[in-house]
Design a protein around this ligand. Sequence first.
Ligand code: WQD
Length: 339
Amino acid sequence: MKILVTGGLGFIGSHTVVELQNVGFDVVIIDDLSNSSVEVIDGITTITNKKPLFEKLDLKIKSEVKDFFNRHNDIAGVIHFAASKAVGESVNDPLKYYENNINALIYVLQELTKLNKKNFIFSSSCTVYGQADELPITENAHVKPAESPYGNTKQIGEEIIRDTCRANGDVNAIALRYFNPIGAHPTAEIGELPVGVPQNLVPYITQTAIGIREKLSVFGGDYATRDGTCIRDYIHVVDLAKAHVVALQRLIGSKNDSNFEFFNLGTGTGSSVLEAIQSFEKVSGKKLKYQIEDRREGDVISAYAETSKANNILGWKTELTLDDAMASAWKWEQKIRNK
Ligand code: WQD
């Protein structure tokens, strides 16, 4: 069976392509290479010994999307990762985010509705919850006004998919609401490749440890948490990738309870920034240089998943730990810096 993975050369996309190939799916990747590199194909192929099909394509161009689907009308499912995802950038350049994240989704969905098999997995985010009123966060938590245009594109995206499924009973979709994806493939053949100064915590930690960054700024040490730093649910990217395969198989096997479902994907455990640093220091044997500084605008204090719906209904749970993720992230950083 052929599966389309848009954004398949990106961080989560590339790890998902590996897991799809590991269970026998054929994969075709669309990526515009705006935030990824074509060498990632070599990393995937080294791991699975199967080279995925790849087409460089801009999903914002409707005619290109139409042409692609005319040439690949045997697709059994689509996993849609392609999107811009930097929260800070989205605040400064909202129209780039609405154009890229919404138009591309619309054009892919329009072509999906013409396929024989209309199975769709959407890359969503716990960002849709904002600062949840209750922790851990369940799927019934109130979706609050987005804190950034990026988060708003995920909320709007889910609504577009919900309406499409309501209007097309034969379109089956699952939105996966990720918590904080971290780590890299244990082979260190693929991993996170942030462009420029990393916005996210873990690549900043590993770049500090390897000497690219002078020190890590811990954004805020006076929050009402156990150690004053923000709490997040850090999920190993390989566990996250496997959840996409389980969700796709759920739709292909018509095991879904309705034609639009959504699941939180997390470990169910919250870790503070200082605890994440301690985990890294333990697995790397490196002392990390960091300094507690001012809070970062827009940060929620604490977010971690209530995982029973994904565990009991989707039939998936995380197997890897924060230490596993930190160790894989460090191994990857050393590999790409040839150290
Ligand atoms: C985690 C914690 C920071 C960097 C974002 C998006 C989310 C998803 C994942 C796309 C926070 C602290 C960070 C640093 C720090 N992206 N931190 N120093 O903000 O929880 O989630 O990335 O889907 O949608 O919102 O992740 O890694 O940026 O921050 O202290 O140099 O680490 O304050 O508490 P975040 P993050």
